[in-house]
Design a protein. Structure first.
Length: 270
């Protein structure tokens, strides 16, 4: 049986553009919006409605790679596009993420044309710019970037193993798109936690994460599982009273600081 002292960070993932392929980090900086560089770019339609891998699975194969002062967009068979924040127009537009209005900075015509060509539909790319703000809906004192609703998602390797034991389809953690993955805790132990500490940084466990069709997308493909797995397995084995499938915990940092793979996770409240 695992002990709390054995719980540690086993992986850290960053998603520079919402719905893009993950970037695996050995360490990262948690700022006031979540993991630094995470979901600081967003793809929308021309009216500002956000586009995600749920309806545009090609986004999940997009390699968005941050560098100091910008982002490189790369996909197989296309020329890379280098975006430099210093070149972005001083042009902010209204965009929507789950009906929440956000004032975001356009990345420019070249970014829009590249993304529209890649997705095969009119699109624009926006940045969480210097003038952009977005409060967490039910925690107005805290902010979040273009993530669905909360700054960070925590996932437990043992919980994935528990799902895999009952799911007929092969699973990988990347399907659940967490930011912080832990190892050493028992399956679903995270459901009972109220707060944790990673290194010197403390986090509140806010709520379980309700899952959607995006989890059924095989990473780096455009193929959703025909039997809607692992959603059907989660509905049966780990769902709420409304039969919404749950996996992972939304968490909110109490401050800022560095987290690193291998760092012990201390349970502050359960």
């Amino acid at each position: 049986m695992s002990t709390l002292s054995e719980v540690h960070v086993s992986a850290i993932y960053q998603y520079p553009i919402k719905s893009c392929a993950p970037v695996l980090l050995s360490r990262g900086y948690v700022d006031h919006y979540g993991l630094a560089g995470d979901r600081r770019y967003l793809v929308t339609d021309p009216e500002g409605n956000f586009l995600t891998g749920r309806k545009h699975p090609r986004l999940a194969s997009l390699l968005a790679t941050p560098f100091d002062g910008g982002l490189v967009l790369a996909v197989e068979g296309e020329a890379d596009l280098i975006l430099r924040t210093a070149d972005f127009p001083d042009d902010y537009v209204d965009v929507q993420v789950w009906r929440q209005g956000i004032f975001a900075q356009r990345c420019g015509d070249a970014a829009d044309a590249w993304m529209s060509h890649y997705l095969g539909t009119p699109a624009q790319v926006v940045h969480f710019g210097p003038l952009t703000t977005r409060a967490i809906r039910d925690v107005q004192s805290k902010e979040v970037s273009f993530a669905d609703g909360y700054p960070l998602l925590l996932a437990n390797e043992a919980s994935l193993e528990a799902v895999q034991a009952e799911c007929p389809a092969p699973l990988v953690m990347e399907q659940f798109r967490p930011n912080i993955v832990i190892r050493g805790a028992e399956a679903w132990a995270e459901d009972a936690w109220s707060a944790i500490r990673i290194g010197a940084l403390e986090f509140d466990i806010h709520s379980p994460c309700e899952r959607c069709i995006f989890t059924t997308l095989t990473p780096r493909t455009e193929h959703f599982h025909p039997m809607q797995q692992p959603l059907r397995t989660l509905i049966r084995m780990h769902s709420n009273e409304h039969k919404a499938p749950l996996f992972g915990q939304n968490i909110i940092a109490r401050g800022t600081g560095v987290i690193e793979v291998g760092t012990r996770v201390e349970i502050l409240g359960a």
